[in-house]
Design a protein around this ligand. Structure first.
Ligand SMILES: [Zn+2]
Length: 137
């Protein structure tokens, strides 16, 4: 593996289980037992109703493109070799929207559209961190 030049997420106590699951190539979300809504990013307090009565659920990993942008000028030198690349917000079938990249498709506007179905894929970047990304379904 060549040295990874992009910023690397630092797991926090609230998100450690999320990163553990990602290492197993599973996408897990926090979900509120009171208002029954799943949410992202992982945290102990429900952002919808402020309940602490929360749990984890395994996401299907399926969703649709809520919005996207094709990045031509990387905001960080580490992303330079990837440009152009696709950043996106994916709306998961489980409810939450997740910031991510769309991979495995030529990053041209004619290849992408709002509402296109996508499926999670995983990119291992270090022994500790595996990033959920999405491909067209
Ligand atoms: Zn709630």
């Amino acid at each position: 593996m060549t040295e990874y030049a992009k910023p690397i997420p630092v797991p926090q106590p609230e998100s450690e289980r999320y990163w553990e699951a990602a290492r197993r190539e599973e996408l897990w979300l926090r979900s509120c037992l009171d208002c029954k809504q799943a949410y992202f990013y992982p945290r102990d307090i429900c952002p919808n109703c402020h309940s602490r009565n929360t749990d984890w659920i395994r996401s299907s990993g399926k969703g649709t493109i809520y919005t996207f942008a094709i990045v031509h000028r990387a905001p960080h030198p580490g992303f330079g070799p990837d440009a152009p690349y696709i950043t996106a917000i994916v709306e998961l079938d489980d409810g939450p929207r997740i910031p991510t990249n769309i991979v495995g498709v030529d990053p041209k506007p004619e290849n992408l559209d709002i509402g296109m179905p996508v499926q999670v894929v995983f990119e291992k970047i270090t022994d500790e961190i595996t990033l959920p990304k999405f491909k067209l379904a």
